[in-house]
Write a protein that binds this ligand. Structure first.
Ligand SMILES: Nc1ncnc2c1ncn2[C@@H]1O[C@H](COP(=O)(O)OP(=O)(O)O)[C@@H](O)[C@H]1O
Ligand SMILES: [Mg+2]
Length: 356
């Protein structure tokens, strides 16, 4: 069903992504591809696409939702990852690996204490042994990290570079919403960065256009054996753009029996709260008022560098070029705005509403 609001796990529930999905699957199976990256704005369907692709490849895989992992602490994250790998490969193989690399006696049930104390030293050896075991079985393990850019905080790209270079039985699939941060994680901006220069396949999950969104709504309502009028469709598109996450929520509430106008207000209200929370998280340690001004001006059409700069001058609120550059860069990096030729746009209509 299209209007189920949890990330999709089956192709049949995934609207309009067959081509992307097939591409993703064929790269996943391609021996020569070591790393695949799925990028796209929030709520465009990356997690859904990843879920379905992983399920369909029939390879052994492990998916880590980085947002739910302890991504703020290197050692804790390593322990978390190893624990998940243990669940995947099974206790006996896991124990074999641990026993081999560990002089210390590790309890059969958990790796916490002794192993955890030395986890940073043992981590590479763990992967080396894991790789050898996979090789013996002629098996590929797909490690998928959803919202991987969060791992930049703990410099996990160093570990990914090692996996990429040395452990050929392990393949990486990464997703990210905050695309500038993702680029940074992938080392695209800095030759000193660990993942710099590694070949990777990058797929972008775009917003849907108007026609696609219309078709999504029509088909979704057809699945429910309900009707949606052309006026209603128009209003959904004008409020939520082609962000499928919002359209899905709209369909879900309609299916619960809410009227069109009630549903529009509910999705707006909740969406504005959510996008504002995402923005507030970003603003927490930043110059809040400057960022909000910039977003506001962009939303009012002062959406070029010189126009924004001019607004600051008008307010007698001087801002150096370097500062403005930084603020815009950060808003771009975190996916709150996009730049199309010389113009900046707020990416999500609900975020736009939350700042105006
Ligand atoms: N192609 C699709 N067809 C149907 N529903 C989708 C599709 N893509 C995403 N969704 C729905 O949109 C919402 C956001 O999807 P999700 O995969 O979590 O996006 P992302 O990971 O990019 O933030 C979810 O409710 C999901 O079920
Ligand atoms: Mg996601």
């Amino acid at each position: 069903m299209y209007f189920d609001t949890t990330p999709k796990t089956k192709r049949i529930d995934l609207f309009g992504r067959n081509f992307l999905l097939d591409t993703l699957i064929s790269y996943s199976k391609d021996q020569s591809v070591r790393m695949i990256v799925l990028k796209g704005l929030r709520r465009t369907g990356k997690t859904s696409l990843l879920n379905v692709a992983l399920a369909e490849t029939k390879l052994t895989y492990l998916k880590i939702d980085v947002r739910e992992a302890p991504y703020y602490d290197r050692r804790e994250f390593m322990a978390y990852l190893i624990e998940k790998i243990k669940d995947k490969i099974g206790e006996s193989l896991f124990h074999k690996i641990i026993k081999y690399i560990s002089k210390i006696e590790v309890s059969y049930k958990d790796i916490s204490t002794a192993f955890f104390l030395q986890i940073e030293q043992k981590f590479p050896t763990f992967f080396e042994r894991l790789n050898e075991e996979l090789e013996k079985k002629n098996e590929i393990l797909m490690l998928a990290f959803d919202e991987v850019q969060l791992l930049h905080k703990i410099k996990f790209e160093y570990n990914f570079a090692a996996i990429y270079d040395d452990y050929k039985q392990i393949k990486l699939i990464l997703t990210g919403s905050e695309m500038g941060l993702l680029d940074e994680f992938l080392g695209k901006r800095d030759a000193e960065s660990p993942l710099y220069g590694r070949a990777l396949i990058e797929l972008e999950v775009p917003k849907f256009n108007e026609e696609e969104t219309r078709s999504f709504l029509l088909k979704g309502f057809e699945q429910l054996k309900k009707n949606i009028s052309h006026e209603e469709i128009k209003e959904v598109i004008s409020n939520f753009d082609g962000i499928i996450g919002w359209a899905t929520q709209y369909g879900w509430f309609r299916n619960q029996g809410k009227s069109h106008s009630q549903t529009i207000s509910t999705v707006l209200e909740e969406g504005i709260k959510l996008t504002r929370k995402e923005l507030d998280n970003f603003l927490a340690n930043r110059n809040k008022s400057k960022y909000l001004k910039i977003l506001n001006w962009i939303s009012k059409g002062y959406n070029q560098w010189a126009l924004i700069k001019h607004q600051f001058v008008n307010e007698e609120n001087a801002l150096s070029d370097r500062q403005l550059q930084l603020y815009l860069r950060e808003l771009l990096d975190y996916g709150f705005i996009v730049k199309i030729s010389e113009n900046y746009f707020v990416t999500d209509p609900l975020l736009l509403r939350s700042v105006t």
